[in-house]
Write a protein that binds this ligand. Structure first.
Ligand code: T4K
Length: 418
């Protein structure tokens, strides 16, 4: 219990969580199932190059998402690149700035120009009106991001894409297991890219996929991920090495088997957070938990003036308590190298993006976080608000502890896996 400002760990008190809780900590895989599968692979000798585990993983993903094709690749960034090349993109591609830098970097790395549009205040996904203002004769695609698992406004974006003869693609890295109007994410636009990174709701340690109902795009993706090779002596196109290996595919299969458990746990955690945050003015749960099926993988909270602390002051305070909350995706792609200061990338104002970047934080969830942990987090947040003015002045007077320019610099080491 933090009765006075000095009880907060940042000012010398005991941290509430000596073993820190983190956002994105990987959910544990069932080790018996995984090791069993790994043994079979090692015995078979087929370690990579489109082996049986990759093929089975692709089949299971198709079944789960009710989608026609899944092309598994080595990570989500390569999935974005292979998808973009398979869709014949050139020139400019409109994307949100409020996303992980990989969305923009994937395009930039293959010679495309990411152009940043603003996002919607509630869903934090591409705002169709802002996208419309970014379209030029060089635009060939819109790439929406289902941020935090919130589905993009797929209908309006499709109308816009059709009107201007643009490809419509999605980065679904956060949205495995989510739906939009009853349709699983993975079925929208020309194709969608998914990340199966260790920190994701379904993980293959490292992995990704392009999912699509467009057979032509799927066939191209298969070719592109394997150097464009079609036979021992036949090379049909340019290509790269984007293959998922068998060991990672087995991790993906094992993870996929526990998705219902993980999502149910995440959803209960989200409900507990909503309950706890309801009584704290200045903190509002911003994850959409509507009729759309949500994986609740991210608990997104919007900070407001009533809190009495800025988002970054709050982050500094609670991280010292062992609550390693994040401020994804500061600084915003448009403020990151190599895009910052270049009007080609940012032709329109991004007021909503800017506001969200300064107000949002993400709180720990996943299998390693319990309802009891969340109630304790709630108490810390409640007390931080109660002592906001004291914390603010103490932070300002402590030069060595004053939060840095980069609010993601943690005073804590990365938690170990104990
Ligand atoms: N598009 C979007 C919208 C994305 O969010 C991402 C990836 C991509 C595309 C690209 O997909 P990939 O190419 O990555 O497949 C993480 C992930 O590295 C990244 O995959 C993810 N998005 C991004 C949102 O988050 P960090 O830097 O925030 O994660 P990190 O290393 O801080 O890990 C989170 C916590 O988990 C830490 O406390 C450490 C702990 N941890 C992490 C790992 C990896 C462990 O305990 N064990 C582990 O093995 O980036």
């Amino acid at each position: 219990m933090k009765r006075t400002v000095n009880d907060f760990a940042i000012f010398g008190g005991q941290p509430e969580f000596p073993q820190p809780l983190a956002v994105g900590r990987p959910n544990r895989l069932d080790s018996d199932r995984l090791l069993n599968r790994i043994q079979k692979i090692l015995k078979s000798g087929q370690l990579t190059n489109d082996g049986p585990a990759v093929q089975e993983f692709e089949e299971r993903v198709c079944e789960h998402l009710n989608v026609g094709n899944c092309v598994a690749v080595c990570n989500g960034t390569v999935a974005l690149q292979i998808m973009a090349v398979a869709a014949d993109l050139t020139g400019e591609v409109i994307v949100p700035s409020l996303t992980f830098i990989a969305t923009a970097h994937a395009l930039n790395w293959i010679g495309l120009t990411p152009v940043f549009a603003d996002v919607d205040e509630n869903t934090h996904t591409l705002c169709p009106e802002s996208v419309a203002k970014c379209i030029t004769p060089r635009t060939t695609a819109i790439l929406g991001v289902h941020l935090w698992g919130n589905p993009c406004d797929t209908m309006s974006l499709k109308t816009l894409a059709d009107r201007h003869n643009l490809r419509l693609l999605f980065d679904a890295s956060h949205a495995f297991g989510c739906e939009s109007n009853g349709v699983p994410i993975g079925n929208f636009g020309d194709a969608e890219a998914i990340s199966f990174h260790a920190t994701k709701v379904v993980q293959a340690i490292e992995g990704g996929a392009v999912v699509t109902n467009n057979d032509e795009i799927a066939a191209k993706c298969r070719l592109l991920r394997n150097f464009g090779i079609t036979g021992f002596t036949q090379i049909e196109s340019a290509g790269t090495n984007g293959k998922l290996n068998e060991l990672c595919a087995t991790a993906g299969l094992t993870s996929l088997e526990s998705i219902e458990t993980v999502v149910a746990h995440n959803r209960r955690n989200l409900e507990t957070y909503e309950d706890v945050l309801d009584s704290i003015p200045g903190l509002q749960c911003a994850t959409i938990s509507s009729a759309d099926r949500q994986n609740a993988h991210y608990v997104v909270v919007r900070t407001g003036q009533e809190l009495g602390l800025s988002r970054d002051e709050l982050l500094t305070t609670i991280r010292a308590e062992g609550i390693f909350a994040r401020s994804y995706f500061v600084p915003g792609c448009h403020r990151a190298a190599p895009y910052v200061g270049n009007s080609i990338h940012t032709p329109v104002a991004l007021p909503v993006t800017e506001r969200l970047l300064s107000e949002l934080m993400q709180l720990p969830t996943g299998l390693s976080v319990s309802a009891t942990d969340i109630r304790k987090i709630g108490c810390v947040l409640q007390n931080a608000r109660r002592h906001a003015s004291g914390i603010r002045s103490a932070l300002a007077s402590q030069t060595n502890l004053r939060h840095s320019e980069d609010p993601d610099t943690s005073p804590f080491p990365v938690p170990n896996a104990a």
